[in-house]
Design a protein around this ligand. Structure first.
Ligand code: PMP
Length: 421
C-alpha cells in the first residue's frame, strides 16, 4: 500500500552525492509563485512541504484502499489495518524502538507531551516532585507541565541558556536532584537551532533515578534518532515537520512505562471489555489510541519516513550545514542584523532581528518578495523574555533549500533596509 519512494535505501544510492535539484523536483509546491515571484520556502521548522511520494501515498490510500481499521472483516478494512500497523512498524524501524508496541500514534508532538503529562504525570507525580525543563522549550513542552502542576503541586525547574543559546550541561546537572522525577527537554531548539546533548542529559537524569522525555519535533528532522542508543524514556515528534502530513505524530515510550500508564482518553479501540459497571483496557499502544485515528495520515507518514530514509544522513547533514554556514555568513555581513543562537554544532535554523524594524514588517516585506519566513515568538515566549525581545525572524532550512534561497532572503532584507533607511 505505501508506495515505494523513487530512491530506496541501498548502499550505492546512499553513496551518491546529494542532488538538491532532484529533491526539489519531488516537491510540487516549490514550482509555484507567490506575489508573482518564485516561492522560496524557509519555514520548514513550522511545517515542511510534502514530496510527491507522500502526496501519492495519501491519494492511493483514499482512492483504492480506504476503510476504517481494526473493525471490519472485509478485505478493505483488513488492508487499511495492515497499512496502519505497517506504518507503526516503519516508525519503529525509523527510531530503532525495541518493539512496535512502543509506538503510539498521536496528533503530533503537542498531543504526545500532553498524553505523558496527563497519564504518566497524573499517575506517578505528586506534590513537590520536580520536573526539569529548559528556557528554550516550545510552549508544547511547558504548558502541559503547568497544567499538571495545577493538579498535583509538582515543581518546575528551568535550565537557563547563555549568550550563544547553548545548553549548559553543568547548570542542568546542578538542577537534577533527589526530587527530580522527570527531565523534559527539546532535542533541538525551534528558535535557536541549538542541539541539546541528549545522550548526556539522559545519563545524568538516569543516574538520579529520573525519567526523560525528549521533544523531538525539530530533532528528528535534522539527524537520525536511535531511541535505544539514547535510552530516552519518551521521545515525541510530528509527521508534518518530517515531510509527512499534519494530524499525525508519534509518542515513543519504553514498553514497561507505557504498560503502567492509565488511559489518556476513553473510547473505541482502547478497551478490552466494557460493561456499565467496569471497563478493562487494551494493552499499549491501543490503550492510548481511542477513536478512529488519522488512517491516511499514518500512510503518509510511512511514505515520508521512507522518503527521508532514502537519503544518506551524512549527505543531508553536509547539505544543511552548508546552508547554515552560508546563511550565517551572509546575514552576519549585514549591519544591523543580530543573530540569536550561535551554539556550536547547531541545526539549520537561523533566528535574527534587525535594528529598528519589527519582525512582522520584515516578514511582510519578504513575503512580497516571495520569501516565506516565520516571524514572532515561535511559541517560545520564555526564551524571548530571556533575550528581552518580542520576537525574531526565523529561516529554517529543509532538504530542498539552496544557496540561491539564501541569496533571495538577503536580497529581501536589503529591500527592508532600503524601506526603513
Ligand atoms: N516542540 C517543538 C520544538 C516544536 O518546534 C514544535 C512545533 N513548532 C512543537 C513542539 C509542537 O509540534 P506540533 O505543533 O506539531 O504538535
Amino acid at each position: 500500500m505505501n508506495t515505494a519512494p523513487a530512491r530506496r535505501l541501498d548502499p550505492s544510492a546512499a553513496a551518491a552525492p546529494f542532488d538538491v535539484e532532484r529533491v526539489r523536483a519531488d516537491f510540487p509546491i516549490l514550482s509555484r509563485s507567490v506575489h508573482g515571484k518564485p516561492l522560496v520556502f524557509l519555514d520548514s521548522g513550522a511545517s515542511a512541504q510534502k514530496p510527491r511520494q507522500v502526496i501519492d501515498a495519501i491519494s492511493q490510500c483514499y482512492e483504492a484502499e480506504y476503510a476504517n481499521i481494526h473493525r471490519g472483516v472485509y478485505e478493505l478494512s483488513a488492508k487499511a489495518t495492515e497499512a496502519y500497523e505497517g506504518a507503526r512498524a516503519r516508525v519503529q524501524r525509523f527510531v530503532n524502538a525495541r518493539s512496535a508496541s512502543e509506538i503510539v500514534f498521536t496528533k503530533g508532538t503537542t498531543e504526545a507531551i500532553n498524553l505523558v503529562a496527563t497519564s504518566w504525570g497524573g499517575a506517578f507525580l505528586g506534590e513537590g516532585d520536580e520536573v526539569v525543563l529548559s528556557v528554550m522549550e516550545h510552549h508544547a513542552n511547558i504548558v502541559p507541565w503547568q497544567l499538571l502542576r495545577e493538579r498535583t503541586g509538582i515543581v518546575l525547574k528551568v535550565v537557563p541558556t547563555d549568550e550563544r543559546g547553548a545548553f549548559p550541561l553543568d547548570a542542568y546537572e546542578a538542577l537534577v536532584g533527589p526530587r527530580t522525577r522527570l527531565v523534559a527537554l527539546t532535542h533541538v531548539s525551534n528558535v535557536l537551532g541549538t542541539v541539546v546533548p541528549i545522550a548526556e542529559v539522559v545519563r545524568i537524569a538516569h543516574a538520579s533515578g529520573a525519567k526523560v522525555l525528549i521533544d523531538g519535533a525539530q530533532g528528528v528532522v535534522h539527524q537520525p534518532v536511535d531511541v535505544q542508543a539514547l535510552d530516552a524514556d519518551f521521545y515525541c515528534f510530528s509527521g508534518h515537520k518530517l515531510y509527512g502530513p499534519s494530524g499525525i505524530g508519534v509518542l515513543y515510550g519504553k514498553e514497561a512505562l507505557l504498560a503502567a500508564m492509565p488511559p489518556y482518553q476513553g473510547g473505541g479501540d482502547m478497551i478490552e471489555r466494557v460493561t456499565f459497571e467496569r471497563t478493562t483496557f487494551a494493552p499499549p499502544p491501543a490503550r492510548f489510541e481511542a477513536g478512529t485515528p488519522p488512517i491516511a495520515g499514518t500512510v503518509g507518514l510511512h511514505a515520508a519516513l521512507d522518503y527521508v530514509a532514502s537519503f544518506d544522513p551524512a549527505a543531508v547533514a553536509a547539505h544543511e550545514h552548508d546552508l547554515l554556514a552560508y546563511a550565517t555568513e551572509r546575514l552576519g555581513a549585514l549591519n544591523s542584523v543580530r543573530l540569536y543562537g550561535t551554539a556550536p554544532g547547531k541545526a539549520a535554523i537561523v533566528s535574527f532581528t534587525m535594528d529598528g524594524v519589527h519582525p512582522h514588517d520584515i516578514g511582510t516585506i519578504l513575503d512580497r518578495a516571495g520569501v516565506a519566513v516565520r516571524v514572532g515568538h515561535h511559541c517560545a515566549q520564555p526564551l524571548m523574555d530571556h533575550f528581552d525581545i518580542a520576537g525574531t525572524v526565523r529561516a529554517s532550512f529543509g532538504l530542498y533549500n539552496t544557496r540561491g534561497d539564501v541569496d533571495r532572503l538577503i536580497d529581501g532584507l536589503e529591500d527592508v533596509r532600503e524601506i526603513f533607511g
